[in-house]
Design a binder for this molecule. Structure first.
Ligand SMILES: [Zn+2]
Ligand SMILES: [Zn+2]
Length: 466
């Protein structure tokens, strides 16, 4: 058996790993690289293997940094299958269509500049047709349901508790008479998070491919969030601020809306109007309503008692561009939740452009932002940031609430490992900025874990069991 990490190796985005077993080649995730425009552009366009050499694709979850380059497989002639949970399939249907549109738009901007410079134009990374072809290749599987995907290779999706439908990938492999287990955490969620079930606890595995986004960091305790939010809302009401919240359309928006719903039920958010301005978030919210198999018991109980967790009288979902533009003319206080979370595209750019220079406004960051993204630049409070190609002074107040993270932090990652009966035979640390992954590997080594590696991109490992 061999393992090669093509993406999210000593970095966070572009999750993509190749597992070779029984003479078959299985691609784990096919995510989009985000960040530095030119570098991402090159990496996303050139897949590091011929697509016809891939026998099966397994998708851990629908986030674009894991699923966003699947349509490139279709564009290059891959004929399937792509295994995922049912919810991931439905989420990908909306999210990849949105991604195709975003990329076309993004390219419009790049191509306009190229026209001015007399340079040849680029084609989009993939088309809507490629997305539709991709969705047709999906095979939905339920959680905890074994399925033989290739001779001697059994796949079981286990709950990851990260977003709706997010799975850890368990592969039970029979190779040359030997049985071995391979586990890929995808993105590992957290216990006791709103909406989502707790992550599944494995007891043994021979090989563990593990994320490390927060390999060397801890989240703030969860109980502070409501108080922090209440304070920010009170400040906004006093100053008539607009609170601009860049949020991933998937999960972060639903979690946040559910939290606001509960806060408003407790009479803790005054009369502030709340707008969710993201057509994608609307479609994703529908998937959350539909896939109750992916919700936790508390949310189901809330539904039974209060009705829709994702809708209440103070909240307006914005669909059309005109409605979105109208928000500019409304006076604060108000909350605008819009995508994308890293501020790399979507309607959030317009809201930032219109509100970032007013010191009365508040930009509330509620999620992880990768290096080199506009979101990170705002979080780092750079005095001037470029939005849609134009420089803007960052005068609005920037606040971060870290605790909404859907990723396990250092202690939670360690707790997950301590839940095993025996140490995994080999551990590969991926999906973290290099410093996070290296620090986490070092922590594991001092705790007595052996065979811990932090792969370089494209580095190939023999993981045959002794
Ligand atoms: Zn994720
Ligand atoms: Zn991820």
């Amino acid at each position: 058996m061999h393992l090669q990490a093509f993406g999210a190796a000593r970095s966070v985005t572009g999750s993509m790993h190749l597992l070779e077993a029984n003479g078959k080649r299985i691609l784990l995730d096919c995510g989009l690289f985000q960040g530095h425009r030119e570098e991402a552009f090159k990496k996303n366009r050139h897949l590091p293997f011929p697509v016809e050499s891939i026998d099966a694709v397994i998708l851990s979850h629908a986030h674009i940094d894991h699923s966003g380059n699947l349509p490139s497989l279709a564009r290059l002639g891959y004929k399937g299958p792509i295994y995922s949970t049912f919810a991931s399939r439905d989420l990908c249907s909306s999210m990849l269509q949105d991604s195709a549109k975003l990329q076309e738009k993004d390219l419009e901007y790049v191509n306009n500049r190229r026209i001015k410079k007399g340079l040849p134009l680029f084609n989009p990374l993939y088309s809507l047709r490629n997305v539709i072809e991709t969705i047709q290749m999906f095979h939905g599987l339920g959680f905890d349901t074994p399925h033989e995907i290739l001779p001697g290779i059994q796949l079981i999706f286990r709950k990851a508790g990260h977003i709706l439908g997010a799975a850890m990938v368990e592969l039970n492999i029979q190779e040359e008479g030997k049985n071995s287990r391979f586990v890929f955490t995808g993105d590992l969620g957290r216990k006791d998070m709103p909406i989502l079930p707790d992550p599944y606890q494995f007891k043994t595995t021979d090989v563990l491919l593990m994320e490390s986004t927060y390999g060397d960091r801890l989240h703030e305790p969860l109980e502070d969030i409501d108080k922090q939010l209440e304070d920010i809302i009170r400040e906004a009401i006093e100053k008539k601020s607009k609170i601009i919240i860049p949020a991933f359309a998937v999960d972060r928006t639903q979690t946040f809306v559910y939290r606001l719903h509960k806060l408003c039920n407790e009479g803790r958010c005054g009369h502030i109007p709340i707008y969710v301005d993201s057509p994608l978030a609307l479609n994703v919210t529908e998937a959350y309503r539909l896939h109750t198999e992916g919700l936790d018991e508390e949310t189901i109980q809330f539904m039974v008692n209060n009705g829709d967790p994702f809708g209440f009288d103070r909240l307006t979902y914005i669909r059309t561009t005109q409605e979105s533009k109208n928000l500019n003319n409304l006076k604060g206080p108000m909350i605008i939740i819009s995508a994308s979370g890293m501020c790399e595209g979507g309607r959030i750019l317009h809201h930032l452009r219109n509100n970032i220079e007013n010191p009365n406004n508040i930009i509330l960051m509620i999620g992880y932002v990768a290096e080199h993204t506009l979101g990170r630049k705002i979080l780092d409070r750079e005095p001037e940031v470029k939005i849609l190609g134009e420089p803007h002074e960052l005068k609005a107040k920037v606040v971060m609430i870290n605790s909404f993270s859907g990723h396990a932090d250092k202690n939670e990652l360690l707790e997950f490992l301590k839940g095993f009966d025996t140490h995994p035979g080999k551990i590969f640390i991926v999906h973290g900025e290099e410093s996070q992954s290296l620090a986490f590997a070092q922590t594991l080594e001092t705790m007595g874990y052996t065979n811990v590696s932090v792969p370089f991109p494209e580095e190939r490992f023999d993981i045959t069991q002794a």
